[in-house]
Design a protein around this ligand. Structure first.
Ligand code: ASP
Length: 339
């Protein structure tokens, strides 16, 4: 006679970094005035007895802050810890990161470019503080853990779970200042969804390229700025950046990444070596394609990357010592990104 042993719940690592999901307000109706990162990851889990039997959790507090205050050293710590945790334990099924929603998409994209493992890394936040009436954090966290422990999520890279939707790190972005459905993946839509019937994701493609999988992150990161296009833009900003010696610039152009003639002239008179430059769009949807008028100035089109994600690609390219031609080849090789 054979005895059936129940399958043990997946082992997951929860890395807590703060945000509104760990926020505390004075009253249950305080939705805007509250302290982000006021509760620990362990406290958040105490609100979720439903996890009993669903996942075996190890919790670590990497930071506890508003995500607008994240620094490169936090990113370095996060990347190091995830790489280490995956290397140390084959029992580990996945990682969940609680994070402020304001810069969540940046951390997700950074990890997508640096973490090479089929096991899921899932970021989650909340739009209402933990103390609010109808706080969205507990269900979001439960669902993020559900996704991270599911075999369906393997091979999809870094995921973001918010409001029952599962997004990919490349396309996801915060599109609203309030409301629980504040995340979207423009042009592509979410990859799938999660509810009490399970995790619904298409099968992951076999090949996932992680361009900076072996890149070691330094203590000191290069300075990369974002400029924002508008009518009669301030050229004083361009001149300050050139004098500060920034190593990279993302130009958030109007329309399909268009710079004004004044900005193009300012690039022509940039003193010294030109920084590595990408051209993104302020539109929020659609690609930025090559354009001879701007390409000849040294600008590379950022394809479908939004400006904040284009900046992360620039940061890592600079850390890796890439030059313009190498970055151009990398962009062209990235599915759904290349301009
Ligand atoms: N201020 C918060 C943050 O840490 C916002 C949030 O988490 O929703 O980004």
């Amino acid at each position: 006679m054979t005895v059936d042993h129940p399958t043990p719940p997946p082992t997951l690592l929860l890395l807590a970094t703060g945000g509104t999901i760990a926020g505390r307000g004075v009253t249950r109706t305080s939705l805007n005035s509250y302290t982000a990162g006021a509760m620990s990851g362990s406290e958040l889990l105490q609100e979720l007895p439903q996890l009993q039997g669903v996942a075996q959790l190890q919790v670590e507090q990497l930071a506890n802050l508003d995500s607008a205050d994240l620094q490169f050293q936090h990113w370095k710590r996060l990347v190091t810890r995830i790489r280490e945790a995956f290397a140390e334990s084959c029992e580990l099924a996945g990682v969940v990161i609680t994070h402020g929603t304001n810069t969540l998409e940046e951390t997700a994209w950074l990890l997508e470019l640096l973490i090479d493992d089929p096991r899921p890394v899932v970021l989650v936040g909340a739009m209402r503080p933990a103390t609010a009436l109808s706080a969205d954090g507990p269900l979001n966290l439960f669902q993020a853990l559900q996704v991270a422990g599911s075999p369906q999520a393997r091979g999809h890279g870094v995921l973001v779970v918010m409001d029952g939707q599962i997004h990919g790190a490349r396309a996801v972005t915060k599109v609203a200042t309030q409301g629980v459905g504040a995340f979207q993946s423009p042009d592509l839509g979410p990859l799938g969804w999660v509810d009490d019937s399970g995790v619904h994701l298409p099968e992951a493609s076999r090949f996932r390229s992680v361009p900076f999988a072996t890149l070691a992150l330094p203590a000191q990161w290069p300075e990369v700025a974002i400029l924002y296009g508008c009518v009669n833009p301030s050229l004083a900003l361009v001149s300050s950046l050139s004098h500060a010696g920034v190593k990279g610039v993302v130009w958030t152009g109007t329309g399909a990444g268009q710079l004004s003639s004044g900005e193009r002239e300012a690039i022509k008179t940039w003193p010294g070596v030109l920084p590595l430059m990408l051209r993104a769009s302020r539109c929020g949807r659609g690609p930025v394609h090559p354009c001879p008028l701007q390409d000849e100035l040294g600008l590379l089109p950022a394809g479908t990357l939004n400006p904040q994600k284009a900046r992360i690609l620039l940061l890592l390219a600079l850390i890796a010592g890439m030059e313009r031609a190498e970055l151009s080849a990398l962009l062209a090789s990235m599915p759904m990104i290349g301009g």
